[in-house]
Design a protein around this ligand. Structure first.
Ligand code: FUB
Ligand code: ZN
Length: 794
């Protein structure tokens, strides 16, 4: 081990080696003082980090390490083979937080935890609690020999990757090599076991590539870089698109499969391209990036549209209510776009990064820091809610590792070029080739567009200040034509020491090259106006709708702020006047947008909608579901046909609905939103997955007694890939006056077919409740889109 330590290269010498042409200014050099990010990072440090540690303790994550270390009963204490990563990600977040705010107690706890991790490591460096605890009969995702199932589900290399990321952070934060030594020992084992002519296995879930790149940066040991490259090159062409192994990485041009794996892999390719000068990787990730931003990116910056494989969907498939847009994928998207910027120096990558950061990533955590979203949908009828924990906790621990590093995305540098990428109040000292520059940024961004920068230099210093002019401020919300702005924004202005200067634009930056003097002041004014954003017409889900954006923040309508707690039924004309107001006491301080609009409502016995005028209020998307679940919508209808009218007061709609399982989606069965076909997951549906072969029920308790004689049901069936199918059988029961349930006497067969309403008629009964009993197929669950109850026709 001693020899190993001698090989560590001081971080300061890294600049001389081949790496990204542009280097980020480390988050430790950027002291954020603003009202937006600082409180969020503070909550992460003081609430979320202790909270997640506690959850890791409660949910067996630490016990797994203790068991592998022989310090407790020999039993696996949690569910997933990647649960060790929650501990590693927690260490990464805690270490980053330590760098910003030293905390002796936390550091001490980290020492003790790292000692346990060290004790859980096998003598040759193997570290994977799920096998070490029970080598003879491991979890079904794990092979009988090490690594052999990694391309499928064992996640041994994914665990290793997160270990390296944590070790890098801990070493940088504390200067201690305890975790780093564990990581290096593990990486040495990987170098021994994997490679051409050795085990030629690709990682099932990427991240080890970027972890190895970090170990290479610290140690300068070529073998780590070579192994990272091997793990990329060994991928494909005969594997699954699910984990991007369907083609050699250099031949890939489209984003496919599991979005987190994909974006970690693209980040790894960027790292290796930067560290080796490889151009084939660059060509591939440039093409894939183009594919994502022009066809597969949500307006919130979220990626991975479908829950089916947690994956990218087809081009322009961007459903809103069923959007997956996993929090981990948003984080991975930030990692990837930052690397693309460091390679190319183009602000368009930071446009995507900023969009993701303020919207689809930030939505992943509640304002109080203890509740989380895994998917980040763009519409809801109340079936979504943040949770304090998930058995698969990847997004939770990822959030905590990411947040402390936000200041690291503000600035970047290259010789005598200084890039200002993000806007938040801070002060930073940056060493350029020409000398030290102290930069102070003062702004109330993202609520206001005025950004003041002050340059402090010991002596006049010539360098180029690249100030990013966000795409949204120039009418291009996202590079390409997936989204367009409805209005041309007012001009961006920049003044130096009070004098307006012409904007010399290079790659999305206003470049101010001059000899800077102590105290020079730069005033940037970005046009803050509510912007309507429209989607490319190939995105069917957004037809007849617009998004409101103000600065970098995407807005949504939430039930809490709107009439009858409903938003799906709202229509706002494109020309409706908007009013922006800062609400200090709402959701930790936000800008709201209010505007006139209308609400639509269905009526009984007529297809005509009732429309009434109302005030409509929008809040930042990231802040939704902080007052409890309810309706939410990002894409606002401007046509009545795009809106989802408030249901008519039918027997079904006015009923209380319950089911054999508790689910927030149960209201879907009477919401009067009709699917296109049985597999349509863009409208709400209720399901019993993962149950199978059981008898289940849904029940309507009417608002009084009704006489009924017919029913129709539209089944949810997401075959052949999903887990739901039409039922084996269904039967209706009505409630008698004395509370018994009797089957209705059907006069037609109970239809059972996909993609249509299934009807049954029966002898009329006067009853106060109806139960729909469903026999699930032997191998599948069933779901219901809609259940309609009809009175006898007059
Ligand atoms: O496989 C580990 C993590 O679990 C992934 O990153 C998430 O998407 C979830 O599948
Ligand atoms: Zn996740």
């Amino acid at each position: 081990m001693k020899n190993l330590l001698l090989l560590l290269v001081p971080l300061s010498s890294l600049a001389q080696t081949k790496d990204y042409p542009i280097q980020p200014v480390s988050f430790t050099q950027v002291h954020v003082t603003d009202n937006f990010w600082q409180p969020k990072m503070n909550i992460n440090a003081t609430v979320t980090i202790p909270y997640i540690l506690e959850m890791c303790k409660q949910h067996g994550r630490i016990d797994n390490f203790l068991a592998a270390a022989g310090k407790r009963e020999n039993k696996v204490c949690s569910e997933f083979t990647f649960d060790d990563t929650d501990v590693y990600k927690w260490i990464e977040g805690a270490s980053y937080a330590l760098q910003v705010a030293p905390n002796k107690e936390l550091e001490k706890y980290l020492d003790s935890l790292i000692a346990i991790i060290g004790a859980a490591q096998e003598p040759d460096g193997y570290l994977y609690t799920f096998r070490t605890i029970k080598p003879a009969k491991p979890h079904e995702w794990i092979g009988d020999k090490r690594w052999v199932k990694d391309s499928i589900l064992s996640h041994e290399l994914y665990n290793a990757g997160h270990l390296y990321e944590a070790a890098y952070a801990h070493y940088n934060a504390t200067g201690k090599k305890t975790l780093l030594n564990i990581a290096l020992k593990n990486a040495d084992l990987l170098c021994k076991d994997f490679g051409w002519g050795k085990l030629e296995i690709y990682p099932g879930h990427q991240i080890v590539e970027i972890g190895l790149a970090k170990l290479y940066r610290i140690t300068k040991q070529q073998k780590y870089l070579d192994l990272a490259k091997f793990f990329l090159d060994v991928r494909g062409p005969n594997g699954e698109a699910y984990n991007q192994a369907n083609k050699k990485v250099v031949d890939q041009t489209e984003a496919v499969g599991h979005a987190v794996r994909a974006a970690y892999m693209y980040s790894g390719m960027a790292d290796i391209a930067a560290l080796t000068g490889d151009t084939a990787y660059l060509k591939a990730i440039d093409a894939i990036w183009q594919d994502v931003v022009t066809k597969k990116l949500y307006i919130t910056g979220g990626i991975g549209a479908t829950n089916n494989g947690e994956a990218f969907g087809d081009a322009f498939y961007l459903p809103n209510m069923s959007a997956y847009a996993e929090t981990c994928a948003a984080i991975a998207n930030v990692y990837w776009n930052n690397r693309m910027f460091l390679l190319h120096g183009d602000a368009k990558y930071i446009d995507v990064l900023e969009r993701t950061l303020y919207n689809g990533l930030l939505s992943g955590m509640s304002l109080n820091g203890t509740k989380f979203f895994y998917p980040n949908p763009l519409a809801s009828v109340g079936q979504h809610d943040r949770s304090g924990w998930f058995s698969c906790a990847c997004c939770i621990s990822n959030m905590t590792r990411f947040l402390p590093s936000v200041p690291g995305y503000v600035y970047a540098q290259n010789k005598n070029e200084l890039y200002v990428n993000l806007f938040m109040s801070n002060s930073s000292t940056i060493t350029l080739s020409a000398g030290k520059v102290q930069l102070t940024q003062t702004t109330n961004y993202p609520w206001e567009g005025q950004i003041n920068l002050q340059v402090n230099v010991a002596k006049p210093t010539t360098f180029a200040l690249h100030i990013r002019i966000p795409g949204w401020a120039e009418g291009n919300p996202v590079p390409g034509n997936l989204y367009t702005e409805g209005e041309q924004p007012n001009a961006v202005t920049i003044a130096i020491n009070g004098k307006p200067v012409p904007l010399k634009m290079i790659k999305g930056y206003a470049v101010l090259q001059r000899s800077w003097q102590k105290g020079d002041k730069i005033a940037v004014e970005l046009p803050m106006q509510p912007q309507h954003i429209y989607a490319n017409q190939q995105v069917k889900a957004d037809e007849g709708r617009f998004v409101l954006q103000y600065g970098p923040v995407v807005y949504c309508l939430e039930g809490w702020d709107n009439k009858d707690s409903l938003v799906q039924n709202i229509v706002v004309e494109k020309s409706a006047p908007m009013k922006i107001s800062y609400a200090n006491n709402l959701l930790n301080g936000i800008n709201t947008i209010t505007m006139p609009g209308s609400g639509t409502k269905r009526q009984l016995n007529s297809t005509e909608l009732i429309t009434s005028q109302q005030q409509v209020t929008a809040i930042p998307y990231y802040a939704w579901d902080n007052r409890g679940p309810g309706e939410m919508e990002v894409w606002i209808p401007y046509t009545q046909s795009a809106s989802r009218p408030q249901p008519a007061p039918t027997i079904a709609y006015t009923s209380k609905v319950t089911a054999s399982i508790r689910s927030r989606s149960i209201m879907a069965v009477h919401d009067q939103l009709e699917p296109v076909d049985s597999k349509d997951n863009t409208v709400p549906y209720f399901h019993w997955w993962p149950k199978k072969n059981t008898t289940e029920w849904v029940q309507y308790d009417f608002d009084g007694e009704h006489t009924i004689s017919a029913c129709k049901v539209y089944w949810f069936d997401d075959g052949p890939w999903g887990g739901c199918r039409i039922p084996a059988k269904w039967t209706l029961y009505y409630k008698t006056k004395d509370g018994q349930w009797l089957p209705v006497k059907n006069t037609t067969e109970y239809e059972i077919a996909k993609d249509k309403y299934n009807s049954v008629t029966f002898e009329a009964v006067a009853t106060s409740a109806l139960k729909l009993e469903v026999q699930l197929p032997v191998e599948y669950a069933t779901g219901i889109h809609e259940w309609i109850v009809d009175p006898p026709t007059p």
